[in-house]
Design a protein around this ligand. Structure first.
Ligand SMILES: C[C@H](O)[C@H](O)[C@H]1CNC2=NC(N)=NC(=O)C2=N1
Length: 96
């Protein structure tokens, strides 16, 4: 299945205005979130992991104690694509 192309900087900036909590640019979307505990943070990674598998699009995840640092980028596109915007919305629905 063809994967969508890299979005323009303007398109990413416009999309970010609808994604409070996320920052970044056409090279990647970023969100950091602190959970109440390490166990909660691990559970969030698992929930995000299953959501990612469901859409076959995967975040870069950096877990530091109870803080998750998430980066979304479409490796196949060399930047942010519609798949990353969709995954960001799905992740937001899973986080407190
Ligand atoms: C074959 C499979 O669809 C590809 O390897 C997918 C899997 N998940 C992916 N996730 C991300 N973030 N970028 C990709 O290019 C990508 N490619």
């Amino acid at each position: 299945m063809p994967r969508p192309p890299r979005l323009s900087p303007d398109a990413v900036a416009a999309a970010l205005r609808e994604l409070p909590g996320w920052s970044g640019d056409a090279d990647g979307l970023r969100r950091s979130v602190e959970l109440p505990s390490f166990a909660d943070a691990v559970a969030a990674v698992v929930r995000i992991g299953f959501a990612a598998e469901a859409v076959d699009h995967h975040p870069d995840v950096d877990l530091r104690w109870r803080t998750l640092h998430l980066t979304l980028v479409s490796h196949s596109a060399g930047g942010v694509s519609e798949l990353d915007l969709d995954l960001a919305r799905r992740i937001d629905a899973l986080l407190p």
